[in-house]
Design a protein around this ligand. Structure first.
Ligand code: MIC
Ligand code: SF4
Length: 640
């Protein structure tokens, strides 16, 4: 039987396992990336492993999330990251150089290679034919140390594209259409492979928009072939030598095939507060808009912003709309400046922000109270913008500009903007990426007072009695569990401080209640922990005494982060039993070790007297990690 693209790359990187869907496999990792908001923790974890130099082909530390520097905290963390990277053989992309995924795609991504990054949108690299996964910081630290990356072998879904996009219908609309079809849970346990005649007309940045948003489907990752389009992009970046072709075998088998006809697609929009709440732009035309934000790792490429500039040229932003533009990288910004497009953007009245994540992660530009904000980003979770009652919609750059000019949600196909093409050569200047020291032993790692000790997790005994301290519903995101934004983001290396904000959106009393309870349990619905890869959503609950999360189902990266933090993720044998558990109940587990081996645990509800069957299909390695109280404790006892 032939192989799909992902199967080919996995085969070439397989360390253990037999690639049967649903079983655990271990992959050798060629490249890693970190960003500052998850990176401080990842490098603190790497340091505890005592390995002098990273063992990957390439590791890059980016600073792109947390660039406000409203106090000493960020600046100190940046110095820590720069020095720790230099010491241990990691390249350092300076603040201002751009968003990790955009810069990595432009300058470092290679078809056929494996990449893991401490950011859930690392699958952006699939746009250039990489097998790229988002992971928790500790998994990235292990990969930097030469350890493999463990995942459950996914199913493969193929999306077959036919036809060609009409003007003003974009790659973003393809992503939104797939979210409409599959929902935020539809990609769970699957890799999405893109193919069909329609992909020929999609450039690498457009493909990367699509693989970027595969994360919102819950997919393990997404990948495009490496073909003539990939070669042209690499040539334009002066990286022709990095090209290798990659296609699926004609007789490769897929678990599901979905066909999308690009010619029939319309501009789409995701309504508050979930990326799968998708309708056509046309159906909301006339809704008043207060704010428009263009940028993020989804839509900030040169192609995106050239299109934006061409639509803004000679026009003025509507007087009641505030428009922000954050270019994805310094390369994008410089090229916009050189060709005059930047002047068109500025003349329109748009506000130019730094080449960074910015408003996407709530770092400034929060909307007004109840304000309608159209964003070219990938997530519109409740409160993520920094304004709790803000109404955030996700759109393409074209739909964003149409609203910025008219003041209302407007179908951009009615505006007939000019066509733009990508240049054949990009401007290459890697001076903002610093090489690591030749001799790292001479480099002093600089730590500020904001870096607090890594919280210690407890090994499990054979029984556990704990209180159910929080009950939440379906699709809880890591933004609910551990919010980001300008007030909290500077404290990513300070778990005690961050713990005050845990579950703030759902229940501000949670931190105090959890601390008072001692050992605690959280109850979640389905898809618990979707969204960001931030391991803080596991480390902070662990710090607050959470020993176990029971849910109808878990998102992949979060489940791995819980295990790494020594928290037991358990699912119901019968999901209706969710109704039998309430906040305040006292629960008891006996025979934990044996139960984990059998894949089955019974919890006794000491408050109601009922017993409930729970599932725990952990591998031997995961059982070892959990019993040791987390991956750091486990790696001290076992080699990587
Ligand atoms: C996000 O988009 O939510 C983030 C911020 O990039 C996160 C990482 C983080 O929380 O630092 C992600 O997607 O993993
Ligand atoms: Fe940054 Fe937003 Fe992309 Fe996350 S989704 S990496 S915050 S731009």
């Amino acid at each position: 039987m032939g192989k799909t693209m992902a199967q080919k790359i996995m085969q070439a990187h397989l360390v253990s396992g037999d690639m049967t869907p649903g079983t655990e496999i271990a992959l050798r990792i060629d490249q890693t990336l970190t960003q500052d908001a998850t990176g401080t923790m990842a490098y603190l974890e790497f340091e505890t492993m005592g390995i002098p130099k990273v063992k990957t082909e390439l590791s890059v530390a980016y600073v792109d999330h947390n660039t406000l520097q409203s106090g000493f905290e960020n600046a100190d963390d940046h110095r820590y990251l720069q020095s720790v990277a230099s010491k241990h053989g990691v390249w350092f992309s300076r603040p201002g150089n751009g968003i990790c995924h955009q810069v990595h795609l432009e300058r470092f991504g290679k078809p056929g290679k494996t990449l893991i990054g401490s950011d859930s949108h690392t699958p952006t690299g699939g746009g250039i034919g990489m097998l790229a996964f988002g992971a928790g910081g500790l998994d990235v630290a292990v990969a930097m140390g030469g350890g493999p990356y463990y995942i459950t072998m996914p199913k493969i879904i193929k999306v077959e594209l036919t036809g060609k996009l009409k003007p003003c219908v974009t790659a973003k609309d393809v992503s939104l259409e797939l979210l409409r079809i599959l929902s935020v849970k539809g990609g769970v346990g699957a890799i999405i492979e893109w193919g069909g005649p329609g992909i020929e007309s999609l450039s690498v940045p457009e493909r990367a928009t699509i693989t970027n948003m595969g994360t919102e489907l819950g997919a393990t990752t997404s990948i495009f072939p490496s073909d003539e389009v990939t070669l042209a992009f690499l040539k334009a970046q002066d990286r022709e030598a990095d090209y290798v072709p990659l296609t699926a075998d004609p007789d490769a088998e897929y678990d599901r095939i979905i066909t999308i006809n690009l010619s029939a697609l319309k501009p789409m929009i995701a309504c508050p507060h979930s990326p799968d709440n998708v309708v056509t732009v046309e159906s909301l035309a006339g809704t008043k808009v207060d704010q428009v934000c263009i940028g993020s790792c989804t839509n900030s490429s040169l192609l995106d912003l050239l299109k934006v500039a061409s639509m803004l040229k000679g026009k003025t932003v509507h007087p009641t709309v505030s428009l922000s533009i954050s270019p994805g990288s310094r390369q994008v910004l410089t090229m916009l400046a050189d060709c005059g497009a930047l002047s068109d953007i500025l003349a329109s009245g748009a506000r130019l922000l730094e080449c960074a994540c910015g408003p996407c992660i709530g770092m400034g530009f929060s909307p007004n109270s109840g304000g309608v904000s159209l964003r070219t980003f990938n997530r519109n979770f409740l409160g993520r913008s920094g304004t709790k009652d803000g109404q955030v919609y996700l759109v393409s750059p074209e739909t964003a500009v149409a609203a910025a000019l008219t003041g209302f949600i407007t179908d951009p196909t009615t505006l007939n903007p000019p066509r733009v093409e990508l240049p054949e050569k990009f401007k290459i200047d890697d001076s903002a990426v610093l090489a690591p020291a030749v001799d790292g032993s001479q480099v002093e790692v600089l730590r500020g007072p904001n870096i607090k000790e890594f919280p210690k997790s407890k090994p499990f005994a054979d029984s556990l009695e704990a209180s159910l301290v929080l009950k939440v519903g379906d699709n809880i995101t890591t933004d609910h569990i551990m919010p980001a934004g300008a007030k909290i983001l500077p404290y990513r290396s300070n778990i005690p401080f961050m713990s005050r904000f845990c579950f703030q959106v759902c229940d501000p009393d949670f931190p105090e209640r959890a601390k008072a309870a001692g050992d605690g349990i959280i109850l979640g619905g389905s898809n618990y922990g979707q969204g960001s890869s931030r391991e803080h959503a596991a480390l902070v609950p662990m710090y607050l005494g959470i020993r176990c999360v029971i849910a109808k189902s878990f998102a992949r990266i979060h489940a791995a982060n819980l295990i790494n933090a020594g928290i037991l993720p358990l699912t119901f044998e019968n999901p209706e039993d969710y109704e039998k558990l309430e906040q305040g109940h006292r629960l008891s587990f006996k025979g934990l070790k044996n139960g984990m081996e059998q894949g089955h645990l019974t919890v006794e509800n000491l408050t109601t007297g009922e017993s409930i069957s729970l599932l725990c299909a952990f591998t031997e390695r995961q059982q070892g990690i959990l019993m040791a109280g987390g991956l750091l404790n486990y790696t001290k006892e076992n080699s990587l």
